[in-house]
Design a protein around this ligand. Structure first.
Ligand code: IPE
Ligand code: IPE
Ligand code: MG
Length: 250
């Protein structure tokens, strides 16, 4: 039986978030420059996107560039931005063919104009697709996102649009960049690092975290299926006891 066939399609996460990590180390292992790793990571993006859409995952968020990544050497940042533009351009047709809608979260205005334009075009061109929403986190920082949300809420409070005593989880959720998307049930990080790196801090509050040593450019559909199967073997208790969970199941 193939790995894929073991997946219970009635118990899929609606939203999977991925920290695509390890491109640099993957390249270094082969004596190649870091950028070679980034280029090879594109195939992994294709594979997980396709695997997710085929299986029936509704939302997939890929951490492609963090606010902190701006501090990398200039040539690496430039190479990543160039790769972003060329990849989006190349993939629009496939996204449309597979009915995948593209969205972004993060401080998109920080990106070079060419990348912004390419993204806007892709978002517009895929906006009516309904099979899966692919969300690229670009120039993204979860702490900045939360600060922006606090600013929005504070402004509404000062203007009398919301009462302070009415501020709750929902108001904050609705002020985040991710307001249109449900929280990820599963977060995958490749490359063996076990940290969140300023990614979706609020949204991951109750997500299952899956860490794999596989470097991102080596990540294939089967690795994705393994992560989904691992998720399906977990018991999500949300603070309750195992017995309570069993009772709600029966
Ligand atoms: C992830 O791979 C890609 C980005 C952060 C843009 P890295 O470039 O972080 O690769 P490592 O972690 O240095 O191996
Ligand atoms: C996180 O990876 C950001 C992305 C994958 C885009 P990093 O490689 O930048 O994270 P740290 O610095 O190791 O925590
Ligand atoms: Mg890294």
């Amino acid at each position: 039986m193939e790995l894929k066939d073991k997946i219970d399609l009635n118990n899929l996460p609606q939203h999977v978030a991925i920290i695509m990590d390890g491109n640099g180390r993957w390249a270094k292992q082969q004596g190649k420059p870091r950028v070679f790793g980034h280029k090879n990571g594109v195939q992994s993006v294709r594979e997980v996107t396709e695997a997710g859409a085929e299986m029936g995952i509704k939302y997939m968020t890929l951490y492609a560039f963090s606010t902190e990544n701006w501090n990398r050497p200039k040539y690496e940042v430039t190479a990543l931005m160039t790769l972003l533009v060329s990849t989006i351009r190349k993939e629009i047709a496939t996204l449309n063919k597979n009915s995948i809608q593209l969205k972004t979260i993060g401080n998109i205005e920080m990106l070079p104009k060419a990348a912004q334009n390419e993204l806007l075009e892709a978002i517009e061109s895929t906006k009516n697709n309904s099979r899966m929403t692919l969300i690229l986190a670009l120039s993204y920082s979860s702490k900045s996102e939360i600060i922006d949300a606090v600013k929005t809420i504070t402004k509404n409070a000062v203007n009398g649009k919301i009462k302070i005593q009415d501020i709750n989880e929902e108001s904050l959720t609705n002020a985040l960049y991710t307001r249109e998307f449900p929280d990820p049930e599963l977060m995958i990080r490749t490359s063996g690092e076990k940290r969140i790196s300023n990614f979706l801090l609020w949204q991951l509050a109750y997500s299952e975290l899956y860490f794999t040593p596989v470097f991102w450019p080596d990540f294939r559909k089967n690795h994705f299926y393994e992560a989904i199967l691992n998720y399906q073997n977990r018991e999500r208790r949300f603070g309750m006891t195992s017995e309570q969970i069993d009772r709600t199941k029966s």
